[in-house]
Design a protein around this ligand. Structure first.
Ligand SMILES: Cc1cc2nc3c(=O)[nH]c(=O)nc-3n(C[C@H](O)[C@H](O)[C@H](O)COP(=O)(O)OP(=O)(O)OC[C@H]3O[C@@H](n4cnc5c(N)ncnc54)[C@H](O)[C@@H]3O)c2cc1C
Length: 455
């Protein structure tokens, strides 16, 4: 079987486009099938952490982003506005520690930059192509000699056949299911409809233009990029600036009151403001500037036994296999990591064990070994952040005493002041969690895994 594979990626979201770039750079023919007729990522802001920006930089995507905002500070307030944690040189520290930026961007800007780069490296992106059928036993690879590298007879490899809603068909050596939370490929793979499950929380998502904000102090806050959290019983808020401070992204995380089966809707401004009555005046004033808001049910899924088809012609990535609460902003970042690791393992130059398509089963097995544990670990960690951010007044004493002990000592905290392996209630500045989240290097991970030496 040839080294150059035909790879079909289902979904032009952040995981699919990332995988498409790295697979094309590895020398494969790559087609992305996207259901939407035009690419206009819905949603709002996105926090990009160094584990992903190092990859976006290496692909030439980071430089295509218009005015990414690097927050200078990271602050956690309690719901009354009292400062619990504050890191003064947050953005600069991220660059220093991880060699890559922490940046807040508009999702549309990232998607446009990824698609532009994908096309430049030869990826074909087909819009209006909703995948409805997937036959993993579709055909037998004609090039297959029937002999493995060890000279023994082996099973013939199967291609996959894909059908879209408009009845176009495609044949691929490998299908990458990057079709998100509501993945059709996942249901076909499992053989039954497999909807995601509610987490019990929902997000109010808001994007405000700085020039819509009449309050001068608030406008100044938007123009000076910082990362801000307010935390209270069963709820928290995150706010950060986008596009050089022209926009403010605000997400309010509260208990889910959308009906069963309703995944999103237009939010009621009065209801939203009432939910945060009595919180910090900065926040409540901000909420009075909001003209419209949407509500999104936050969903998750239990881990799958495997992300690979038995015939090694389908692999799941991104939200299709490891969706998570957005409380550590890792859904997209870890999906970008998935795309990078997959593409690197399918290149003889980064994976000497991959010499031809016959090595696909081993390369995919290694992909799963490297990525599944990490994706699922991050998803679990988001629940820990939920617990620590959502404590009520009766339960917050211990947490707040840890915050209080380190307030004004962020440098000592960063330098391991808590002691080896001891966590901090905000993973955003926790020296333990931050290191394994932001410090992850997909290229290095692959290098070591294929026998390139110690980490
Ligand atoms: C409120 C909120 C805030 C978040 N904030 C952050 C953050 O700051 N940082 C972060 O890293 N993550 C964040 N996330 C998570 C992040 O948005 C997701 O994890 C990420 O978008 C997943 O990417 P994906 O490519 O796997 O899926 P998606 O982005 O959902 O892309 C899937 C694509 O597949 C297409 N598609 C679906 N079905 C088909 C089909 N049958 N055929 C063809 N195409 C199909 C869709 O149209 C879509 O384009 C947040 C999530 C929420 C809800």
């Amino acid at each position: 079987m040839a080294t150059k594979l035909t790879i079909i990626i289902v979904g032009a979201g952040l995981s699919g486009l990332s995988a498409s770039i790295q697979c094309a750079l590895s020398g494969h023919e790559v087609i992305v099938l996207e259901a939407a007729k035009e690419l206009a990522e819905i949603g709002a802001g996105l926090q990009l952490t160094p584990n992903a920006t190092r990859l976006l930089t290496s692909w030439g995507v980071y430089d295509l982003l218009p005015d990414p905002c690097e927050p200078s500070t990271c602050t956690v307030y309690d719901y009354t506005g009292r400062t619990l944690a504050h890191e003064t040189r947050f953005g600069a520290n991220c660059r220093r520690k991880y060699g890559a930026p922490f940046a807040d961007v508009h999702r549309v800007d990232l998607q446009q930059a990824l698609v532009r780069r994908a096309r430049e490296v030869g990826v074909r992106v087909v819009l209006g192509a909703r995948v409805v059928g997937l036959d993993l036993d579709g055909c037998v690879d004609e090039d297959d000699s029937g002999q493995g590298n060890d000279g023994k007879k082996k099973e013939k490899r199967k291609c996959a056949q894909i059908t879209t809603l408009t009845n176009s068909t495609y044949t691929a050596d490998l299908v990458v299911a990057a079709d998100g939370l509501w993945s059709t490929c996942r249901s076909i793979f499992l053989g039954h409809i497999d909807p995601p499950l509610p987490t019990g929380d929902l997000a109010y998502r808001i994007v405000l233009r700085a020039d819509q904000i009449v309050d001068e102090d608030l406008r100044d806050m938007v123009r000076t990029p910082g990362l801000r959290f307010w935390i209270g019983e069963d709820a928290h808020v995150v706010a950060y600036s986008l596009r050089g401070g022209d926009l403010l992204n605000v997400v309010l995380l509260v208990p889910d009151d959308l009906g069963e089966g309703v995944s999103k809707g237009v939010g009621d401004l009065g209801e939203m403001r009432k939910r945060f009555e009595g919180w910090d005046g900065v926040l409540t004033r901000l909420l009075h500037q909001v003209p419209t808001v949407t509500k999104w049910k936050l969903m998750h899924r239990p881990p799958l036994p495997t992300w690979l088809s038995r015939s090694s012609n389908l692999v799941l990535i991104g939200d299709a296999c490891h969706p998570m609460l957005p409380y550590l902003a890792q859904g997209a970042n870890s999906s970008i990591e998935d795309g990078a690791v997959l593409g690197l393992l399918l290149s003889p130059s980064s994976n000497p064990g991959f010499r031809s398509g016959d090595d696909l089963p081993d390369a995919l097995a290694l992909f799963e070994r490297l990525r599944k544990e990490r994706g699922e670990r991050i998803a679990r960690e988001t629940w820990g952040q939920r617990r620590d951010f959502h404590l009520g007044d009766a339960e917050r004493g211990e947490r707040d005493s840890v915050f209080a002990a380190w307030l004004g000592r962020s440098e000592e905290l960063e330098n391991g002041g808590l002691g080896r392996g001891v966590g901090f209630p905000s993973r955003w500045t926790c020296p333990v969690a931050q290191r394994w989240l932001f410090g992850y290097d997909a290229v290095e991970e692959v290098r070591v895994a294929v026998g390139g030496g110690e980490k």
